[in-house]
Design a protein around this ligand. Structure first.
Ligand code: ADP
Ligand code: MG
Length: 337
């Protein structure tokens, strides 16, 4: 039987991944934020979305291009972002058998401008009967089970693809937030540059991401992992294989990680003392795909001298937290913006 109303949904529109949470059900969609487009008679037409588009990255046939419409947290290509959102939402709605459009909650970066907010609202408008926005940092903190409604300072670090966002929260409010353009993409780029400089080998983004996930580390405890990689020799011009170690990749990624440590230090300096006292006592939460970098929690914990907790599903916390606001509207009332 068809229900009258669609279940409300929450969307985490990330630079790397888009997740959708359906009220009462949890995360029902998790796809790379990518669209493959083909040029037909001067117009771009989508040929694949999400994982299917990502699989085409770097291997696209003539005339097909893979686009990431969200860059450094905001929509860079409005037309493609709208297409992607429409596609993902309609996929979720097709599963839910409902005739009436859902209410949609979208996570947005802290400090987003009015123009950017309007762009996001417009991108989901025709799929929604109402659009609400929530600070991504707030959603991440809720997803990490931090006590955001209490008069107590909480610090959350969300290391995504394009940016790392650091926020201090107390009493349902973001007291301080900063976003640095040092995320997973910057790590991939640092690995590409390192391998080119050190080994004269050219590798693509997809290979760099694989290296990061397999042997990448932020702490010397994991230096001994080894991986064989393939690329094009800049000297011979031919395909070549080579072994890289965790230690080398740690060195490659070190500068990006240092920038993040610095930004967290600055966030603590900008936090009122009572709240930073709470944070020092209770520790911080590390989320986003970056939380999966081996040893990052340990490195932050050692450098900042505080506890670092990583949630069970660091990639899901923004969707999870925004979704919990739908499930428990009474507790989180007025938390959306
Ligand atoms: P966004 O919110 O920007 O979409 P995510 O939180 O989804 O970003 O994180 C995506 C980033 O996390 C990518 O750069 C990806 O390479 C990285 N990532 C995902 N899994 C891992 C892993 N196991 N180890 C290291 N990095 C990872
Ligand atoms: Mg994110």
């Amino acid at each position: 039987m068809k229900r009258m109303f669609a279940r409300d949904i929450a969307i985490d529109l990330g630079t790397a991944n888009t997740l959708i949470y359906e009220k009462g059900r949890g995360i029902v969609l998790n796809e790379p934020s990518m669209v493959a487009l083909k040029e037909v008679n001067g117009r771009r037409q989508p040929v694949a979305y999400g994982a299917e588009a990502k699989a085409m990255l770097g291997k696209t046939p003539e005339g097909v291009e893979v686009i990431r419409p969200v860059r450094t947290g905001v929509i860079a290509d409005f037309e493609v972002a709208s297409l992607m959102l429409r596609h993902f939402i309609s996929r979720v709605r097709a599963l839910s058998w409902s005739m009436i459009k859902p209410r949609v909650m979208v996570g947005v970066p802290c400090g987003i401008t009015e123009v950017e907010k309007r762009a996001i609202r417009e991108a989901v408008q025709d799929q929604a009967r109402e659009v609400r926005l929530i600070d991504e940092a707030m959603a991440a903190a809720i997803g990490c089970d931090l006590p955001v409604t209490e008069a107590c300072g909480s610090l959350v670090i969300d290391m995504g693809g394009g940016t790392t966002d650091i926020a201090v929260i107390s009493l349902k409010d973001v007291v301080y937030s900063v976003s640095v353009r040092q995320g997973g993409d910057a790590l991939d780029e640092a690995i590409i540059n390192y391998i080119r400089r050190r080994h004269h080998l050219l590798i693509g983004e997809a290979t760099a991401e694989q290296i990061k996930k397999s042997v990448g580390t932020a702490h010397q405890d994991y230096d001994d992992e080894v991986m064989e990689i393939r690329g094009r020799s800049l000297i011979l011009g031919t395909p070549t294989t080579l072994k890289v170690s965790g230690g080398e990749i740690r060195e490659a990624m070190s500068e990006v990680i240092s920038q993040i440590v610095l930004a967290v230090r600055q966030a603590l300096e900008h936090t009122p003392p009572e709240l930073s006292g709470d944070i020092i006592n209770r520790g911080l939460a590390l989320a986003g795909g970056g939380a999966l970098v081996r040893g990052l929690g340990k490195r932050l914990s050692e450098e900042l001298e505080m506890e670092v907790s990583i949630p069970a599903d660091p990639l899901g916390v923004v969707a999870e937290g925004a979704g919990r606001c739908l499930d428990h509207g009474d507790v989180f009332k007025d938390i959306w913006i």
